[in-house]
Design a protein around this ligand. Structure first.
Ligand code: ADP
Ligand code: ZN
Ligand code: ZN
Length: 743
């Protein structure tokens, strides 16, 4: 029987239409309509033409055939892949959202722009000449020119978007080099250099025995049609990327596509060029500096088979490749792989489902694997490999743990322990670089009354206001601003004192103690513009400053060979945030921060200051001992019934009126009561969220726990039905499985 009916989802972002509607396919369109097609259909009483997506074709209708309307037309040119629609279905079922939200997550941005030319800057002189010129420009204090020339020593050609986006080279800099005849601008479309192939081959490293073993094992399973997920545990610099590239090469040679996820912050110029040198124009990059139109172009190129490899953040998963052979996730433990808006999906899990749909393998890599992945590796669900040695040389740094309580007893009231002060002075004398890391976001400066303890809070959010350098009080959640106060609004005392924002305060203290030193500071305030993050890092790289003070941002990505001292000022601040991942996150951050010292020729030292130096996250990070951290953390997760041992679903409630959230939470709990009893599912709450109010919206939550995720998924579906019969909108209740952050 011919399939003459179609289930169509209407492209309106409203829950009421979050179900497929059945349409008849008219004869003249029968040949044309396929799953994933965008069609125009008459909708509602007025039969207004709406756009929709075909998600299923059927022989018989699920609706009275006499009342069924016909599809009006098929929109050509906006074909979406069948597999992506299937994936959207899965995401919707797995994480809870409307089908429309799920589709919007996976479908390429439908925005066609004029094809942009792929401009490329080409080196017109020899490597040696470029290096010489770079040195010359450095002496003349022309850092941008020097930076560009140095990049050109390594790379004969550099695409324009990278020049402006990642290297911060202005048009005038490029022009002056053009005038000097050192570079030339060309159009990629018109340009094919036969030499390029050879250069690309030269890039290949001979793999070490342990690298080769990983590639061989994965590849032999791949060739035997075994498809699974592998985890590579290896410290930074142990050669993971080289393993990825060897695998990519093999998969691509079989005509399959590869998706490689990298946290955007780690997608540095060096990484991008490394891949482009190896894979040439068959690789493309997605990042937030691309416009919607440019992103769409990348999707088009992927669909047409013009590229085989895409590198980007979690959304790169949805690149519409026809046939994917391998999905790689580097730094798989990163928080940014989890979406913070509906559907709240985790890239690792979606990657595994996508791999299933395509028959692809998944490779995860990290120096500090997530508890989830390591657990699966240990239980044998994932293939598991380790890389132990750093290939770039450099020895592991010496780590000291300093007890801040003892410092206080000794009478040291500064934020630098005696040992840290001593080592800072030593590095300042030796003219070596120092990184100081504050283990929390930059906005801890709050204002309180020293007399009655009153804290200045945002009137719209349940958080304290921060004092900025310009004197204003600012809310970091909603942007509310007010002038500073002189008297306490509660007791009218004059002692309203501010604690400066963390990193700013450290800078001030540092200058007081060590005098005039060139310092760069990196936090939310100094990195407001898109490029400032990389600018600060490249300034530090060029040794324009001896000290870099910052928050988590400074521990990711770049390598600084001249850094020989890393100070972690208050290691336990991230332990106090009260969610079950705090210990894991602290361990990851400290391990990464400590790993910043001693990357080059010079040996490094690390000072970890803490009020709870005995905490296992701190002890194990200092010892760089992942395995025993994992064992302790797992014990704690087991006791608390947390992932990866047990799954958890956080039902988040957003209400404009304070009482309504808890009320709704109780209703949902009541609704699930029987189900929970039957399945021995634990329900905790409802309770106020840790940030009880943001932007005048009250937040509360309900937590469900069970060892079997399917029990939780069914509970979620059950709640979705309940909410829709109550007429409660999707915006009010959101679902978050195994949340990454405290709510
Ligand atoms: P990771 O991804 O684990 O940080 P990389 O693959 O980037 O490690 O390797 C770290 C450094 O070692 C890079 O500079 C890389 O070029 C080099 N390297 C990696 N594998 C080899 C190898 N087999 N032989 C020589 N150098 C290598
Ligand atoms: Zn007061
Ligand atoms: Zn606010």
């Amino acid at each position: 029987m011919q399939k003459v009916y179609a289930r169509v989802i209407i492209d309106i972002s409203h829950e009421k239409v979050d179900r497929p509607f059945c349409y008849k396919i008219p004869c003249h369109l029968l040949e044309q309509v396929k799953i994933g097609d965008c069609v125009e259909v008459p909708f509602g009483k007025g039969n207004i033409l709406r756009k929709g997506y075909v998600i299923e074709l059927m022989e018989t209708p699920d609706f009275d055939p006499d009342l069924i309307k016909e599809i009006e037309s098929v929109k050509t040119g906006i074909q979406v892949e069948n597999k992506l629609i299937k994936l959207a279905y899965w995401i919707r079922e797995e994480y809870g959202s409307t089908m429309i939200q799920a589709l919007q997550t996976v479908l390429p941005v439908k925005q066609k722009v004029k094809q942009k030319e792929n401009r490329i800057l080409l080196r017109k002189c020899t490597k040696e000449e470029a290096a010489l010129q770079a040195e010359f420009c450095e002496k003349k204090h022309q850092p941008a020119k020097a930076r560009l020339l140095k990049a050109l020593v390594e790379n004969e050609e550099i695409p324009y978007p990278l020049l402006t986006g990642k290297l911060h080279i202005s048009a005038s800099t490029i022009n002056s080099l053009k005038k000097a005849g050192l570079v030339e601008e060309i159009n990629e479309l018109a340009y094919r250099n036969p030499l390029k192939e050879q250069e690309m081959v030269k890039e290949r490293k001979i793999l070490s025995p342990s690298q080769q073993r990983i590639v061989d094992s994965i590849w032999s399973e791949y060739e035997n049609n075994v498809r699974k997920t592998y985890l590579i545990h290896g410290i930074t610099g142990s050669g993971k990327t080289e393993v990825y590239m060897a695998l990519i090469e093999k998969v691509v040679s079989q005509g399959k596509a590869v998706i490689m996820l990298i946290p955007e912050i780690a997608l540095t110029f060096q990484t991008v060029m490394r891949f482009q040198r190896r894979f040439g124009e068959r690789v493309s990059i997605l990042n937030s500096t691309l416009s919607l139109g440019e992103k769409y172009d990348q999707c088009e190129r992927a669909k047409k088979g013009e590229i085989d490899i895409i590198i980007g953040p979690r959304s790169a998963l949805f690149t519409p490749f026809e046939n994917i052979g391998l999905i790689l996730i580097d730094e798989e433990h990163e928080n940014t792989y989890k979406s913070e808006s509906m559907p709240k999906y985790h890239a690792r899990e979606v990657a595994e489902e996508l791999a299933r749909l395509h028959g692809a393998a998944v490779v995860l890599g990290s120096a500090t694997p997530s508890m989830e992945s390591y657990y699966k590796a240990m239980t044998g669900e994932y293939g598991f490999f380790t890389l132990k040695e750093r290939l770039t040389g450099g020895t592991l740094p010496k780590v000291y743990i300093e007890d801040l309580r003892e410092e206080l007893k000794k009478g040291n009231r500064s934020i630098f322990s005696d040992r840290l002060q001593e080592l800072i002075q030593d590095r300042l004398n030796k003219k070596e670089q120092i990184m100081l890391f504050l283990n929390r976001r930059g906005y801890s400066g709050f204002i309180s009354c020293r007399s009655c303890g009153y804290v200045m809070k945002c009137p719209h959010c349940d958080v304290s206001l921060s004092k900025h350098a310009n004197g204003k009080l600012v809310c970091h959640y909603c942007g509310y601003e007010q002038p500073a106060v002189t008297n306490c609004p509660k007791c009218n005392s004059k002692y309203m004192l501010g604690f400066k924002a963390g990193t700013e305060k450290i800078e001030e203290e540092f200058c007081k103690r060590f005098g005039e030193v060139s310092i760069l500071r990196m936090d939310r305030d100094t990195t407001k513009t898109k490029d400032s993050y990389e600018e600060i890092l490249s300034d530090f790289m060029e040794e324009k400053a001896q000290v870099l003070i910052g928050t988590q941002m400074i521990v990711k990505g770049h390598d600084f060979p001249k850094v020989t001292l890393v100070g972690i000022l208050a290691a336990d601040l991230s332990l106090g945030v009260g969610d079950y991942r705090a210990g894991e996150r602290t361990f990851q951050l400290l391990t990464q921060a400590a790993g910043r010292a001693g990357r080059g020729e010079l040996p490094g030292e690390v000072v970890i200051q803490s009020y709870q130096p005995e905490h296992y996250s701190i002890q194990k990070a200092a010892a760089q001992d992942y395995e025993s951290f994992y064992q302790e953390e797992l014990m704690y997760r087991r006791l608390g019934g947390y992932p990866p041992v047990s799954d958890m679903l956080m039902v988040q409630i957003f209400e404009k009126e304070e009482q309504k959230g808890i009320l709704l939470g109780n209703k949902m709990k009541e609704h699930l009561k029987e189900y929970a009893m039957k399945n021995r599912m634990l329900i905790i709450g409802p309770a106020n969220a840790s940030v009880g109010k943001i932007n005048d919206v009250y937040r509360s939550c309900l937590i469900l726990k069970h060892k079997d995720k399917n029990i939780l998924k069914r509970a979620k579906t059950c709640l979705e039905q309940f909410l829709s019969t109550c007429g409660i909108e999707g915006k009010i209740v959101q679902f978050d499985f195994n949340p990454m952050n405290s709510f």
